[in-house]
Each structure stands twice: as structure tokens, then as C-alpha cells.
Design a protein around this ligand. Structure first.
Ligand code: ATP
Ligand code: MG
Length: 332
């Protein structure tokens, strides 16, 4: 049986990268797999979060998933801290994973910035919590963007080491599912950095709740280069902003990149940006409207999350019982 685990942080600003690189794929996956979708609030705490914003941001991510088509009658949807088994198993994995493994994680280096000494210990240990999210349910497949591949590799290493150290086959060795052409959407301000919820610049991302005017304005101001658009996909080499915008257009219109390049070959950015705005407004508008409707009734969203969390706890409890037994921890 194939079981998928996917997480998204409630860091606000759910954006087009999250949608094209993750959410849209999750909606397709739920047809073929059992799926667990988790709003990973404990992960969000690795960077400072304003307490007054957490609940609303958690509901925002849940609303984004539901509005995009996640069917909560058939999939689990809940927020991470509602199932304490994630944190419990993460501690155990902190004791399985090695400091040397964590030192190789590029996301820590990126997010910690120059002053690494002042990063939270949680940010450093983040991949052990991610491993716990997945393995608490013995999930077998994890759809990840490029940015999470290294963490998933570490999850596999943790499962292998745990199984070896405790002479068990308890944990499956999970597989990444890297899907779709828009596996990595880049910032509108810098084609070499990924579009991110935590980017301080609002102009760097299109969020799912942006209205038509905001979308149009962000695309108009998106960074480009002085050349017209290339005639072939090879012509995108060394032109990260052009590659990113054409990639977004291709993903939104379900075309391959080569077809998108041909469509706008030799044209100025202005003409292409108008077309991009039109497709972005159509897709984002549809989802954003439904998201706003859901967020207007927080009680209903909370009820869905509570129901999901109950089912999640029932799934992880037997796995945790096996973990405690394998490690010799005394239980009631
Ligand atoms: P943060 O800056 O807070 O880390 P994020 O934008 O990276 O936010 P996450 O919550 O970390 O978002 O990731 C949620 C999902 O979205 C993951 O599956 C991740 O791989 C995917 N994702 C994030 N950013 C992008 C992007 N720019 N392009 C494609 N997929 C992305
Ligand atoms: Mg991220």
C-alpha cells in the first residue's frame, strides 16, 4: 500500500510556487494514493512567528489546500502540533541522526544566514522533525520540491540507521515523488532564488489571495533582462528570469516549456507579461476566491483540522508503540 505524507508550513503568504510545485500535484495524487496533508506548525516555529498570526496562517494554508481541491473526506488534513507523536518521534530521531549529517543541510545554511550562532536549535534539527512527520505514519512516498530533496535523503538515512541500530524493519525507506515541470518556481525579483513565503519582499511572490490588480502589478514589475524572448529553449540558458516566467506560464497553461518558448519567440517581455497576467489571474483568482470564503468561517476549517488530527493520532499510535518496544522504553 502506498501512503503519501506532505507538509506545508503556516508561514503565511501561500504562493504560486507552493501551488504549482506542491499543492496542484497533491490534488492529483489523492486519486491514486492514501494521502496525509499536514500544516506543519512546529516547523514554522524554527523561525520567529508572531503568536497572534499563527492560528490565522494555519487556517490560511488549510483553506489553500481545500480551495485547490484537496478532498478532506478521503485524505487527512490537520495541523502538526495536534498530534504530539510528531514531536515525540522527532526527539528519538535527534538521538539517531548525527551532527555531521545535519551540518551538510543546505537549507539550514540558507535560512540561518551569516550569523549561524544565533539560529534556533530547532532550525538545525528541522530535518529530524520532518523525518518524524513521515515515519510516524510509515509513509512510503513524499512529494517534494527540489528544495526538500536533501531532507528526504536524510529521512531515508534516519530510517536505515534506526532499523539497523534497533535490529528491526520497522520503518520503510521512503521514496521522493518529484512531479511536474514547475518543481521550482523562482522569485520574481531574482531568478536565482526560489519564490518563498518567508522572503521579506512582497514583490517576490504572487500569493493565492492576491487580486487581479496585485497580480498584474507584480508581473509588470517582475525582473527581466533587456533582450527579447528567445527563439528556442536553449536560448534561456543564462537568463534565469526569462526561464522562470516562461516556466510559470507553461505550468499554468499545462504546456511544456518548449511550446511556451515557441509561442512567444522573439517577442518583447511586455507582450508576454500581458499573456502571463491573464492566465495567472484566471487560475489564482479561482482559488483565492474560494480560500477567502473558507477563511471567513474559521470554525468550519478548525472542525476539519480537528477531525483530521483524531484520525492521524489513531494512525501514528500503533507505530509509536512499535518504536517504544524496539527501543526498550517502559510504557504503561
Ligand atoms: P518558507 O519560506 O516558510 O520555507 P516555502 O515557500 O519554502 O516557505 P514550505 O512550506 O517550506 O514553503 O513548502 C511547502 C511546499 O511547497 C513544499 O513541498 C515545497 O517543496 C514547495 N515549494 C516551496 N517553495 C517552492 C517553489 N518556489 N517552487 C516550487 N515548490 C515550492
Ligand atoms: Mg521552505
Amino acid at each position: 500500500r502506498k501512503l503519501i505524507f506532505s507538509g506545508m508550513q503556516p508561514t503565511g503568504n501561500v504562493h504560486l510556487g507552493n501551488y504549482l510545485g506542491a499543492i496542484r500535484n497533491w490534488v492529483k495524487l489523492q486519486k491514486d494514493y492514501d494521502c496525509i496533508f499536514c500544516v506543519v506548525d512546529l516547523h514554522a516555529l524554527t523561525m520567529w512567528q508572531e503568536p497572534a498570526m499563527m492560528a490565522a496562517q494555519t487556517r490560511e494554508v488549510a483553506a489553500a489546500l481545500i480551495a485547490s481541491g484537496i478532498d478532506t473526506d478521503h485524505c487527512l488534513l490537520f495541523n502538526q502540533s495536534m498530534n504530539p507523536d510528531h514531536a515525540q518521534l522527532a526527539w528519538i530521531f535527534n538521538c539517531v541522526a548525527r551532527v555531521g549529517w545535519m551540518n551538510r543541510m543546505t537549507q539550514f545554511k540558507e535560512k540561518a544566514g551569516k550569523d549561524r550562532e544565533r539560529a534556533s536549535l530547532g532550525l538545525y534539527a528541522y530535518p529530524a522533525l520532518m523525518a518524524a512527520d513521515i515515519l510516524a505514519y510509515k509513509a512510503t512516498h513524499v512529494p517534494v520540491g527540489e528544495d526538500q530533496k536533501q531532507h528526504l535523503e536524510l529521512t531515508r538515512d534516519i530510517a536505515i540507521k534506526f532499523n539497523h541500530d534497533f535490529e528491526t524493519e520497522l520503518f520503510p525507506i521512503c521514496e521522493p515523488l518529484i512531479l511536474g515541470p514547475a518543481a521550482r518556481v523562482m522569485s520574481l525579483r531574482d531568478g536565482t532564488r526560489k519564490m518563498s513565503k518567508s522572503d521579506p519582499s512582497e514583490q517576490a511572490r504572487i500569493t493565492l489571495t492576491d487580486g487581479p490588480d496585485e497580480i498584474a502589478q507584480k508581473i509588470r514589475r517582475a525582473k527581466t533582462d533587456p533582450e527579447p524572448l528567445p527563439e528556442t529553449a536553449e536560448g534561456l540558458d543564462g537568463r534565469p528570469e526569462a526561464a522562470n516566467l516562461l516556466g510559470i506560464y507553461a505550468a499554468l497553461t499545462d504546456k511544456d516549456l518548449a511550446a511556451a518558448v515557441t509561442e512567444f519567440a522573439g517577442q518583447p517581455f511586455s507582450a508576454f507579461k500581458a499573456a502571463l497576467t491573464e492566465v495567472a489571474v484566471a487560475e489564482v483568482g479561482r482559488i483565492g476566491t474560494e480560500m477567502k470564503r473558507l477563511m471567513a468561517d474559521p470554525g468550519a476549517v478548525d472542525a476539519i483540522l480537528h477531525r483530521g488530527a483524531e484520525k492521524a493520532r489513531a494512525m501514528s499510535a500503533p507505530v509509536m508503540a512499535e518504536v517504544y518496544a524496539a527501543m526498550g522504553l517502559l510504557r504503561p
